[in-house]
Design a protein around this ligand. Sequence first.
Ligand code: CUA
Length: 172
Amino acid sequence: MHVHRFERIWLVAALFMIVLFIGTVTFGAVVAGYGMVDAEGGQVDTSDPAASESFRDPGVYNGSEPGHYDVYVETRRFAFVPGTAEPIRVPANSTVTFHVASADVLHGFEVVGTNINTMTIPGQKAMVTAEFDEPREYGLVCNEYCGQGHHDMAGTLEVVPESAFNATAEVQ
Ligand code: CUA
């Protein structure tokens, strides 16, 4: 059977792309550690995450050791609480675990310019831990379509100098 030269070139190119895409997905899952939201965070009551055992009132809390903080964030149509009405404030040179839960539908929680990016699935707490070295401001966006206000669902994360944090933050 005669296969035209261009046909062969495209067959090879298409096969190469299939192998490349399977390769990137495998690399992400095995080496880079990307994954779905798992059961680690525990279940939350969607109508009131703060009432759940694995959740707290939204806000910034001292972590289990110095320099570690826990941030509890509710995603709800169409805001991050905290994050939208007031920024989330954490100190520089800290390790921060975000505990994020939806109070209604599926949302996203992305800290723009970092690799912090998770879905918030109703009923399931998402957990992401990250380190912040330098003071700077980050944007927060929802990247799961959640309704007519989805495009307005945004917020701010402020990494402030440690001195400023101790002065202003409410840590429990
Ligand atoms: Cu919340 Cu899109």
